[in-house]
Design a protein around this ligand. Structure first.
Ligand code: FES
Length: 104
């Protein structure tokens, strides 16, 4: 399954991911600019992405805990998510996200 990731300089990348992987892991393992400092423990917010509007319903809303963590970064929008909290599944094949500046 594939995801489309636009990096901080506006370049779009098509990345191959496996079911059950975190979107953050896919982005990191393909070498894009994502710090993901805490490795997916939801305690850093340096895996911040913007979910494409067309995918918002499928991806779903963040948990309260995730929202609290997102509040700690300055560039949060209505479609902000922590990419370590989005798991790859068939439903998300073709997902589009954009890396936030705060993830770099
Ligand atoms: Fe730290 Fe996602 S990797 S919150």
């Amino acid at each position: 399954m594939k995801i489309h990731v636009t990096d901080q300089s506006g370049t779009e990348h098509e990345l191959e991911g496996l079911e059950g992987w975190r979107v953050m892991e896919v982005i990191r393992d393909w070498g894009l600019n994502i710090k993901a400092e805490c490795g997916g423990a939801m305690s850093c917010a340096t895996c911040h992405v913007y979910v494409d509007d067309a995918w918002m319903d499928t991806v779903g809303a963040p948990s309260d805990e995730e929202e609290d963590m997102l509040d700690s970064v300055g560039d949060v929008r209505a479609n902000s998510r922590l990419s370590c909290q989005i798991l790859m599944s068939d439903d998300l094949d073709g997902l589009k996200v954009t890396l936030a500046q705060s993830a770099a």
